[in-house]
Design a protein around this ligand. Structure first.
Ligand SMILES: Nc1ccn([C@@H]2O[C@H](COP(=O)(O)OP(=O)(O)OP(=O)(O)O)[C@@H](O)[C@H]2O)c(=O)n1
Ligand SMILES: C[C@](O)(CO)[C@H](O)COP(=O)(O)O
Length: 229
């Protein structure tokens, strides 16, 4: 199976509240997006990468790729209002039969985990990195009172990359648009197709940089990784 990656970097970083957009925030003097792309550059299972940039940030992403000397990035396309729209823009720019979807805001992903995702999707149809939930999760009623406790042994925090057959992912996005269904990730769309998605053991360090403290944690882990080199 030929694998291409869609790296979605077209969000606006509202929860981060930073002066710049998350993919371009520096960690040890290097943009978040550079760390993310490097993981795919170093993963032999991945043939090509498409970056989905925010409107007006396309050239900035291209300049980053050129400066870093990344060879797999074949295209930078413009994202949409929702993450789902950005994913579809990226998928439409790929011609590989396998597609990995990854958040630019997850710079700590390891090449070996990306490859594990590909292998599992080849075996199971679709796969995604996930980690067991460590906290007890509660469901609240309309007044905000806790009313139920899902069985924690069945709860996973899904990460990215998420790996699919390109044709199936396109069909899932088509069905979602037809149904007006909003999805915060792509494995949710597979449920529209009645597809199961295999869990691939992720890493708690593969966090999504969402709020300011996440940047501090990412700096810590990336700093340690540099020291280990
Ligand atoms: N319309 C969007 C929204 C999100 N993303 C990307 O999807 C990933 C996960 O989204 P999130 O962490 O929510 O990023 P933002 O949408 O930028 O953050 P916020 O929701 O706080 O604005 C990020 O890499 C983000 O750039 C995207 O490509 N297009
Ligand atoms: C795709 C994702 O990272 C899986 O956990 C998550 O759903 C993205 O959510 P966001 O609100 O778009 O950051």
């Amino acid at each position: 199976m030929r694998w291409g990656a869609v790296v979605v970097a077209a969000g606006r970083g509202t929860r981060m509240g930073a002066a710049d957009n998350k993919p371009y925030l520096p960690i040890a003097g290097r943009p978040v997006l550079a760390y993310t792309l490097e993981a795919f550059e170093r993963c032999d299972a991945v043939e090509t990468v498409v970056i989905v940039a925010a409107p007006g940030e396309e050239e900035r992403a291209r300049e980053l790729v050129a400066k870093e000397g990344f060879r797999k990035t074949a295209a930078v396309v413009t994202g949409g209002a929702e993450r789902q729209d950005s994913v579809l823009a990226g998928v439409n720019a790929l011609d590989t039969d396998g597609v990995l979807v990854h958040d630019a805001a997850r710079p700590l992903v390891e090449p070996e985990r990306i490859a594990a995702c590909c292998r599992s999707a080849e075996e199971n149809g679709a796969a995604a990195l996930a980690v067991p939930v460590k906290d007890t999760i509660k469901v609240t009623d309309k007044d905000g009172f806790m009313v139920a406790t899902p069985d924690r042994s069945a709860l996973w925090a899904v990460q990215t990359p998420q790996a699919f057959a390109r044709a199936e992912l396109i069909e899932a996005h088509r069905l979602a648009r037809e149904a007006g269904a909003a999805a915060t990730d792509d494995t949710m769309l597979m449920e529209l197709l009645g597809r199961t998605v295999a869990v691939v053991p992720g890493d708690y360090r593969n966090l999504k940089i969402t709020t300011p403290e996440d940047l501090l944690v990412a700096e810590l882990f990336l700093g340690r990784r540099q020291e280990e080199k």
